[in-house]
Write a protein that binds this ligand. Structure first.
Ligand code: PLP
Length: 415
């Protein structure tokens, strides 16, 4: 696992926790909430909640269509979020950033607009065994329509991608490679720069699913060297129904639109319709304006804390929780990659994951159990499900102690 950075002295965890109203609530007859399901969706700071609230109270109007003041303010706020997000991931241009409802929509957009028009029988899309279904099923759907196939590169028992095998599978029939930046089940950080270099040498475009990376580490899409980068807002402090696809301009210019409708056209006629330039070509219809206002506030919040402090706090929690879990007899950990984000999957011998999650919940500890939308990964480890603890910078060691005490109690009950 990564060398452990130190949480800076300026990191005031109590002040940070006070920014997240839901963290102070209780569940199940007065048990303080311990929220360890952050990879599923993060909690939202008050600045995000208030930005959304203020938008509806003071500004609400549709974007791009109105010349009145509210319409202009709304458009400025929505486009302002695009600017912030473009800067946040170091996109070369705001016009390379398409605002979507989340990673699922972003990947489907690439599947239907980029991949499908060029796939032929015999072509292949290369992905990995550790992907979320959102980075598998869209490829299967377009493969079924085009006669192409989907191949999956293997991982090892530590939960790391076997990079040499991935590279060996980059054969000439591969028309697109697709990898997670960070695994939602194992926390494994994939060596995206190296993968991108290998793809580039062979002229194969690379899509990166950044859902679990952007909330935890600084992302620089130019430095990564990929072609497409998908992300989702609700895992990074922002409202649900927000996300983005960053793509290189050359791809966006060549790609036909996916959804047709208002806002994405230049001129419509029954003899032919011409389209707006990217990004608007891919943003038909009324977007989640208030959601993106919230996303802008979420980025401000991340920047006010800084990823050095976030990373140090999360790595401290990851190490502490992993060590505490290792002390419990019968615990089997899944995913011990050398570079990990703060996600821990495990099972307890003799207990079903769902029973454990339900009993933990009764003690106030919210974790996720199940296949985590990663059936192929469950098949690789030969288990139907795992329990997943996913931590965020607003969690604490004390909460980990509560979780471990709850787990020991549950273990006694079930043994
Ligand atoms: N990819 C990964 C790695 C994820 O963890 C998730 C959500 O859990 C997704 C894709 C799908 O994201 P969304 O449901 O926000 O579109």
């Amino acid at each position: 696992m990564n060398a452990q950075p130190k949480t800076p002295a300026t990191f005031d965890i109590q002040r940070i926790r006070a920014d997240f109203p839901v963290l102070s609530r209780t569940v199940h007859d007065g048990k303080p909430l311990v929220y360890f399901d952050n990879a599923n969706t993060s909690q939202k700071p008050v600045s995000v909640i208030e930005a959304v609230n203020r938008h509806y109270r003071e500004t609400n109007a549709n974007v791009a269509r109105a010349v009145h003041q509210l319409g202009e303010e709304s458009t400025a706020a929505y486009e302002g979020a695009r600017d912030k997000l473009a800067r946040f991931i170091n996109a070369t241009s705001r016009n390379e950033l398409i605002l979507t409802s989340g990673t699922t929509q972003s990947i489907n957009l690439v599947a239907y607009s980029y991949a499908l028009p060029q796939l032929k029988p015999g072509d292949a899309i290369l992905t990995t065994v550790m992907e979320h279904h959102a980075n598998i099923v869209p490829w299967q759907l377009v493969a079924a329509r085009s006669g192409a196939k989907v191949k999956a590169a293997p991982i090892d028992q530590r939960g790391e991608l076997i990079v040499e095998q991935f590279v060996a599978m980059l054969t000439p029939e591969v028309k697109l490679a697709c990898v997670a930046h960070v695994s939602n089940v194992l926390g494994t950080v994939n060596p995206v720069r190296e993968i991108a270099r290998e793809c580039k040498k062979r002229g194969i475009p690379l899509l990166v699913d950044g859902s679990q990376a952007v909330p935890h580490r600084p992302v620089d899409v130019q430095a990564l060297g990929c072609d497409f980068y998908a992300l989702t807002g609700h895992k990074m402090l922002a409202p649900t129904g927000t996300g983005a696809l960053w793509a290189k301009r050359e791809h966006l210019e060549a790609m036909p639109p996916f959804f047709g409708g208002g806002e994405m056209i230049r001129e419509v006629g029954f003899n032919g319709t011409t389209f707006a330039p990217p990004p608007h070509k891919f943003e038909a219809g009324t977007p989640n304006i208030a959601g993106f206002v919230g996303l802008g506030a979420a980025i401000d919040y991340y920047e006010s804390i800084g990823f050095d402090a976030i990373h140090a706090q999360e790595q401290d929690l990851l190490h502490y929780a992993t060590e505490r879990l290792r002390e419990i007899p019968g615990v089997r950990l899944f995913g011990e990659a050398r570079e990990k984000e703060a996600v821990i999957s495990f099972l307890l011998e003799g207990a079903q994951a769902t029973d454990l999650a339900t009993l933990l919940d009764l003690q106030g500890v919210a974790v996720r159990s199940g296949h985590h939308c990663a059936h192929p990964l469950m098949q690789f480890f030969n288990v139907p499900a795992t329990l997943r603890v996913s931590l965020a910078f607003y969690n604490t060691r004390e909460e980990i102690d509560v979780f471990i005490a709850a787990l020991l109690k549950v273990r006694k009950l079930l043994m």
